[in-house]
Design a binder for this molecule. Structure first.
Ligand SMILES: Cc1cc2nc3c(=O)[nH]c(=O)nc-3n(C[C@H](O)[C@H](O)[C@H](O)COP(=O)(O)OP(=O)(O)OC[C@H]3O[C@@H](n4cnc5c(N)ncnc54)[C@H](O)[C@@H]3O)c2cc1C
Length: 397
C-alpha cells in the first residue's frame, strides 16, 4: 500500500464513484476529493435512453449518494499541473494531490454549432439532456429523426416507437452497429428496427440540418440529395473523451488518456485513468491500446485503477477484464464482449437468427477475440469467459 495522503478523483460518474468507494474499502484514510462538472451526485446513464425517456426517473447508482469524500459538484477541472501536483478548478482554486484518478468520461460529438442551436435538436448524455428530450417528445412531434444507428441512436429510436411516434433512423454505414457487433447481429438489428416500424435509412450521411423561419429544425439534407422533414432531431454521433483540461500537461492523450496496462497514465506513477476516458493496452487484443465506452468497463476499471494507485506500479495488476456490454432495442437484448471488429472470422455458435436468439463468436487467427449475442445472455457470458481465457474459436451451431 502506498503512502498517499491527498487523492483527487476528477469526474463524478461511474468510474469516479467506483474509484472513491474502492479507495476507502481498500483502507485509504487520507483526504479524498471528488470533482464533478455536473451539479448532480453520480447517477446511472443507461436508463437515460431507456426508462427516463418513457417516464421513469430512477437513475440511482448503487452508493452514488453515499461516499466518504469531499464533494465538489458543479466544479470543472480546467488544468492539470503535474509538476506542482495540483488540479486547477474553474473558480481558480487548486487541489493539491499525491494521487490522481482521471475519470472524466466522454461527451457526445456535436454537429456544427449553428445547427445544434436550432430548436428541436438534441444530444443525449446527461440527465438534463434526457429530461429536455422527454419534454420535447411530450409535445408530440410529427417527424422525429435520429442521426446515428449506434447504441444511443438505436435506443432512442426504440423509445420513440414505444410512444407510438414515427421515427427515421439515419445510419451512414451499411448496417447499424456493424463495427461493434459484426455483420450477423447488425443484419438482424436492421430487420428488427424495420419490423418495429423504424424507417431505417442506411449508407447515407446527414449533410446539413435546415431550420425554418422560426428557428426550429425543419429538415435534414442527406448525402444522396434527399431532404427529410424533421421537427425533432437527436444526434447520436458517438462520443469523444473529455481530455481538454489535460492540454499543456505532460499527460499523453490520443483519443483518450494513454495508460500502461495497469491504468497508470504513461510516465506517471501517481496518476491513473479509468472508464470512457482511458485508453490502455489489453493483452488479449494486441498491441493497439483500446478504449471502451460502456458501463461494465467503467465500473470495473474505476475500482481497478484505484487499487493500482494505492499499490503503486510495482504492486499493481494489469487490467485484463473482458467486459460484457449491451443495449436493449424494442424489448430485445443485444450484447457483446471483446472486439468483433478485430476478427477475421465470425460464426454463429448457438441459437438461430430466425428465433431472434443467437450467439456469434469472432476469432482472429483461430483465437477468440469477440462475441455478440441477441437475447442470449447465458451464451454471452460463456463466450466472454472463453475470450478471457484465450480460447480457440468454438464449433459452428
Ligand atoms: C444515454 C446513455 C445510455 C447508455 N446505455 C448503456 C448501456 O445500456 N450499456 C452500457 O454498457 N453502457 C451504456 N452507456 C455508457 C455508460 O453509461 C458509460 O460507459 C459510463 O457512464 C462511463 O462512465 P465514466 O465514469 O467513465 O464517464 P461518464 O459517465 O462520461 O462521466 C464522466 C463525468 O466526468 C465529468 N467531467 C468531464 N470533464 C470534467 C472536468 N474537466 N472536470 C470535472 N468533471 C468532468 C462529466 O461531467 C461526467 O459527469 C450509456 C450511456 C449513455 C449516455
Amino acid at each position: 500500500m502506498g503512502d498517499h495522503t491527498r487523492i483527487v478523483v476528477v469526474g463524478a460518474s461511474l468510474a469516479g464513484i467506483r474509484a472513491v468507494q474502492t479507495l476507502r474499502s481498500e483502507g485509504y484514510a487520507g483526504e479524498l476529493s471528488l470533482v464533478g462538472a455536473e451539479p448532480h451526485l453520480p447517477y446511472n446513464r443507461p436508463p437515460l435512453s431507456k426508462n427516463v425517456l418513457t417516464g421513469d426517473d430512477d437513475v440511482a447508482l448503487p452508493g452514488g449518494d453515499q461516499f466518504d469524500a469531499a464533494w465538489l459538484g458543479g466544479r470543472r477541472a480546467v488544468r492539470l499541473d503535474t509538476t506542482g501536483r495540483a488540479v486547477v478548478l474553474d473558480d481558480g482554486s487548486e487541489l493539491a494531490y499525491d494521487g490522481l484518478v482521471i475519470a472524466t468520461g466522454a461527451r457526445p460529438r456535436r454537429l456544427p454549432e449553428d445547427q445544434m442551436a436550432l430548436t428541436g435538436v438534441h444530444v443525449l448524455r446527461t440527465i438534463d439532456d434526457a429530461k429536455a428530450l422527454r419534454a420535447a417528445l411530450a409535445r408530440d412531434p410529427r417527424q422525429v429523426v435520429v442521426i446515428g444507428g449506434g447504441f444511443i441512436g438505436g435506443e432512442v429510436a426504440s423509445a420513440v416507437r414505444a410512444q407510438g411516434m414515427d421515427v427515421t433512423l439515419i445510419e451512414s454505414g451499411p448496417l447499424p452497429m456493424i463495427g461493434v457487433v459484426g455483420r450477423e447481429v447488425a443484419e438482424w438489428l436492421a430487420e428488427h428496427h424495420r419490423r418495429n416500424g423504424v424507417d431505417l435509412v442506411t449508407g447515407v450521411r446527414a449533410n446539413r440540418l435546415e431550420g425554418g423561419p422560426d428557428g426550429r429544425i425543419a429538415a435534414v439534407q442527406l448525402s444522396d440529395g434527399r431532404s427529410i422533414p424533421a421537427d425533432l432531431l437527436i444526434a447520436g454521433l458517438g462520443v469523444e473523451p473529455n481530455t481538454e483540461w489535460l492540454d499543456g500537461s505532460d499527460v499523453q492523450v490520443q483519443d483518450g488518456v494513454l495508460t500502461d496496462d495497469k491504468l497508470f497514465a504513461l510516465g506517471f506513477p501517481d496518476i491513473v485513468a479509468a472508464g470512457d476516458v482511458a485508453r490502455w493496452p489489453h493483452r488479449i487484443f494486441g498491441d493497439e491500446p483500446v478504449r471502451v465506452e460502456h458501463w461494465a468497463n467503467a465500473n470495473e476499471q474505476g475500482a481497478s485503477a484505484a487499487r493500482n494507485l494505492l499499490r503503486g506500479p510495482a504492486g499493481a495488476e494489469p487490467f485484463v477484464e473482458v467486459a460484457g456490454l449491451g443495449t436493449r432495442v424494442h424489448g430485445k437484448r443485444v450484447q457483446w464482449a471483446g472486439f468483433p471488429s478485430l476478427a477475421d472470422q465470425g460464426t454463429i455458435v448457438a441459437g438461430s437468427v430466425e428465433e431472434s436468439k443467437f450467439a456469434v463468436a469472432f476469432s482472429r487467427d483461430g483465437v477468440l477475440v469477440g462475441a455478440a449475442t441477441v437475447n442470449y445472455p447465458k451464451e454471452l457470458n460463456r463466450l466472454r469467459g472463453m475470450i478471457a481465457a484465450g480460447a480457440d474459436q468454438p464449433a459452428p451451431a
